[in-house]
Write a protein that binds this ligand. Structure first.
Ligand code: NAD
Length: 260
């Protein structure tokens, strides 16, 4: 379905981003990976995806907190893979603490990676998409882009901001062939959430499995985790012609979290 297209998936060395990259590659899309991680692990991941799906898989180590590095990544993608047709702004970080105790540096880092980075990447990618009169910008927001939780001030503010950026991008791109939508996942069991599960297990003196169920019971009525592959399949739909007129939307995939 995506043969000849090139995608950048930020934060794709782990979790949801990796799931999205894999689904795109499975549909013959060339992919530029990005994110932190061990050099050998990343090289092995590139080699596996290339072998398994017979597509080109690049890697760029841009730090998403650095605008110049983001622009360099978009440039490198054009140079190495020939185009930038799909941009998935996925890289994200979390810190959990009450406002009175929230470290300033954590606030700045979360806003930089979760909100400013999608802006910089969008700005860098749009000119290439305009030339082709086709493009897909997909922002991985969160249920926390639609509703709040205590102790997540920076994350909730950044994700609400990302939903807003999605709408502005959609309006400015309307009619150009470029769409912009946000996906708002509920709990997905990735390293980002595993840390919260472990903290909960420690605080409540319960086993990790019990802590997982406790976490789900609090917010997610299905009491089941969303998977990276399921999010990847929604990305795929947004890249299809069926979604040509879908833009500015925020799509919850959250086991019913935000229906409550
Ligand atoms: P994760 O920790 O498994 O992966 C995060 C990825 O981002 C990694 O590849 C990491 O290397 C990369 N990254 C972090 N900081 C970076 C930086 N400065 N520069 C470049 N790369 C950086 O997390 P995840 O759960 O897969 O989260 C992915 C996205 O999904 C995030 O935006 C997160 O907010 C969002 N999300 C996650 C959940 C969930 O339950 N896991 C729910 C809703 C939304």
């Amino acid at each position: 379905m995506l043969k000849g297209k090139v995608a950048i998936v930020t934060g794709s060395t782990s979790g949801i981003g990796l799931g999205i990259a894999e689904v795109l590659a499975s549909q013959h899309c060339d992919v530029m990976l990005n994110g932190f991680g061990d050099e050998k692990m990343i090289a092995a991941l590139q080699a596996r995806l290339q072998r398994q799906y017979k597509v080109k898989i690049g890697y760029h180590g841009a730090d998403m907190a650095q605008p110049d590095e983001i622009h360099a990544m978009v440039k490198a993608t054009r140079r190495e893979l020939g185009s930038v047709d799909i941009l998935v702004n996925n890289a994200g970080i979390q810190h959990v603490a009450p406002i009175e105790e929230f470290p300033r540096a954590k606030w700045d880092a979360i806003v930089a990676v979760n909100l400013s980075a999608p802006f910089h990447a969008t700005q860098a990618a749009i000119p290439h998409m305009r030339k082709k009169k086709w493009g897909r910008i997909i922002n991985i927001a969160s249920a926390h882009g639609l509703v709040a939780s205590r102790h997540k001030s920076a994350y909730v503010a950044a994700k609400h901001g990302l939903v807003g950026l999605t709408k502005v991008t959609a309006l400015e791109m309307a009619g150009s062939g470029i769409t912009c939508n946000a996906i708002c996942p509920g709990w997905v069991l990735t390293p980002l959430v595993q840390k919260q599960v472990d903290e909960r297990a420690h605080e409540k003196r319960i086993k990790a499995k019990e802590a997982e169920l406790d976490l789900l019971a609090e917010k997610q009525p299905s009491q089941q985790f969303v998977t990276p592959e399921q999010i990847g399949k929604l990305v795929l739909f947004l890249c299809s012609s069926g979604a040509d007129q879908m833009t500015g939307s925020s799509l919850a995939m959250d086991g019913g979290w935000t229906a409550q």
